[in-house]
Design a protein around this ligand. Structure first.
Ligand SMILES: O=C(O)c1cc(=O)[nH]c(=O)n1[C@@H]1O[C@H](COP(=O)(O)O)[C@@H](O)[C@H]1O
Length: 241
């Protein structure tokens, strides 16, 4: 990400990014303000941006926390490059595209984002955490999630991307394949004993951080808690954040 002096920073003091998956800008901005000091940033994705557009992103960003823009671009190279350029004005810390869009698309996205020293982290989503081996097979992918995630992350690194989004289970293997500077942003985080919901490849925050995650993406365990501040604080305490 870029700090206010224009230098690229390499870590976040608090690795937790809260996924604010809701359609209302007032509630999202209010939640972001209330989580200040308890999380390292806010992730805004398809539900929020489809409802509120870039102005909505700016309103949540006004809370002061870094923003992860998670729109998972997946299209032909020219279209994805244009979407990346359009997102640059928002000054977000990270953005996503699907690695399965292929090498030309990833190279075009990296180039469109600008200098690697100053741009947001451009991240390749590898294998969604909601998928298992049977789901991959149903879509014609012969590899298991581990092999496919490592393959896609390595391809993303070769194409000049800054990191990957992966499940906690693949962190160690991708780290070994792509090196220590390749950012690993990890959803599929669940406190022990809580419902996985639609997630299939999960671990706790402490396990994921111990395996080498740079950023933990955590949504419903915080946003659907009776007291989101307390939930974020408890998860943070569990990882010493
Ligand atoms: O790109 C992502 O952030 C992402 C990739 C992935 O493979 N799995 C995944 O769950 N996510 C996002 O991470 C968040 C997880 O939310 P919870 O399952 O509520 O913690 C959601 O906003 C998803 O869109």
């Amino acid at each position: 990400m870029i700090d206010p002096t224009g230098r690229r920073t390499v870590t976040f003091a608090n690795p937790i990014f809260c996924a604010v998956d809701r359609p209302d800008v007032t509630g999202a901005a209010s939640l972001a303000r209330s989580l200040d000091g308890l999380v390292g940033g806010i992730k805004l994705g398809l539900e929020f941006v489809t409802a509120n557009g870039p102005d909505g992103v700016r309103k949540v960003a006004a809370a002061g926390l870094p923003i992860f823009l998670d729109l998972k671009f997946h299209d032909i190279p020219n279209t994805v490059a244009g979407a990346v350029r359009s997102s640059m004005d928002l000054g977000t810390a990270m953005l996503t595209l699907h690695a399965s869009g292929g090498p030309a698309m990833m190279r075009a996205a990296a180039e469109a984002a600008g200098s690697a020293e100053k741009r947001p982290w451009v991240l390749a989503v590898t294998v969604l955490t909601s998928l298992d081996g049977a789901d991959l097979e149903a879509t014609g992918v012969a590899s298991d999630p581990m092999a496919q995630a490592v393959r896609l992350a390595r391809l993303a690194a070769e194409c000049g991307l800054d990191g990957a989004v992966c499940s906690p289970r693949e962190i160690a293997a991708i780290r070994a394949a792509c090196g220590p500077g390749f950012k690993l942003v990890v959803p599929g985080i669940r406190p022990a004993g809580t419902a996985a919901g639609d997630q299939k490849r999960v671990m706790t925050a402490a396990e994921a951080l111990g395996a080498g995650a740079d950023v933990l993406v955590i949504g419903r365990p915080i946003t659907e808690a009776a007291d989101p501040r307390a939930a974020a604080a408890a998860i943070g305490a569990g990882i010493g954040a």
